[in-house]
Design a protein around this ligand. Sequence first.
Ligand SMILES: [Zn+2]
Length: 158
Amino acid sequence: MGVRCGLGYDSHRLVEGRPLVLGGVVLASEHGLHGHSDADVLTHAVIDALLGAAALGDIGMHFPDNDECWRDADSIELLRAAVALVLEAGYAIVNVDATIVMEAPKLGPAREQMCARLAEALGLRPGGVNVKATTGEGIGFVGRGEGVAALAIATLDG
Ligand SMILES: [Zn+2]
């Protein structure tokens, strides 16, 4: 079958009184992401990239947000379940690259922690995952601080 790529995109609203979880790492912030699970926008984009590369649909099909069992779920656990589906389908995961689009806070050392957590869940060595960050330059929903978006691409070998 050869090399396959999949694309993932997600966005969530920023609200007060929720933890800000990105790539399985909790960041210090007064605002967190609103959602049914822990709303880890980065991990959700990675899940969709994986499922896309394996032609296995999308995150909403496998982990519906109206299902009570996913309330406040740890998205890293959803990622582990998605990885199992991809491996079951006969693919090997090669690498994942991702971009977080967020106005604040700066990722700093958390970026390395996100790469490590995602790599562990994906069964990849540390260099198998890259996480980048950019801002909304003050425009759009990201620039106004209303939400956070993430994009990811996954490469599989089958
Ligand atoms: Zn999401």
